[in-house]
Design a protein around this ligand. Structure first.
Ligand code: HEM
Length: 174
């Protein structure tokens, strides 16, 4: 079965790699400008002026736009997760490629749990626009706080491990 799949996919190895890489780029960078130049400044302003109505209005607007904007990242991630294993099969890769095994461990151990939380707080139960439309502003405020904590906890590890995964994949040092 795997052998048959490998025979079918092998002629398209480079095309698969092209899609994999394109999706990796979108996954890694699509939220970066919005995060660094919109989200972080407005959240810092809110931490400095927690009662300022104007800042809170801006914070909520930016956060709701960010929930929506994260769609690019969250469409790209499943494409990365699909094309990666297809490349694995097409290329006849195995666990003897230590760089690849380490890369997969980082993805499963670090990125999968983070992304599951991120899907939930951005698009599902934690989506700010939908919570606002229910009129429950206490829950809305809790969702904003939770998302802010999510950023504080995950941003550092995400940047370090994303660069580590790309470094492993490109240089294959081990
Ligand atoms: C966050 C997830 C991932 C990121 C950031 C990522 C990143 C990359 C990058 C940058 C390359 C290009 C390497 C090059 O052309 O020199 C690559 C290739 C590859 N990736 Fe991924 N990848 C991810 C997920 C996966 C998964 C889940 C698998 C397999 C289970 C996988 C398997 C592969 C394989 C087999 C190649 C081809 C290596 C080669 O032909 O040189 N990737 N990946």
């Amino acid at each position: 079965m795997i052998g048959l799949l490998q025979d079918l996919l092998a002629p398209f190895y480079l095309q698969l790699k092209f899609i994999h890489l394109l999706a990796v780029m979108v996954w890694v960078w699509s939220t970066s400008v919005a995060y660094a130049y919109y989200l972080v400044p407005v959240f810092k302003a809110w931490r400095r002026n927690p009662g300022d109505e104007g800042v809170i209005e801006l914070r909520n607007w930016v956060m709701e736009r960010f929930d929506h904007g994260a769609s690019y990242e969250h469409i790209a991630f499943p494409i990365v997760l699909l094309t990666g294993p297809l490349l694995y099969i097409a290329g006849g890769w195995s666990t003897s490629a230590a760089w690849l095994t380490l890369k997969i461990l980082i993805i499963v151990g670090v990125f999968l749990p983070i992304e599951i939380c991120d899907y939930y707080i951005s698009h599902l139960g934690g989506n700010k626009r939908r919570i606002r439309e229910t009129g429950d502003m206490v829950r809305y405020e809790q969702a904003i706080h939770r998302h802010w904590w999510f950023f504080l906890v995950t941003s550092g590890p995400v940047m370090v491990f994303a660069m580590a995964v790309i470094y492993l994949a490109v240089t294959k040092p081990i």
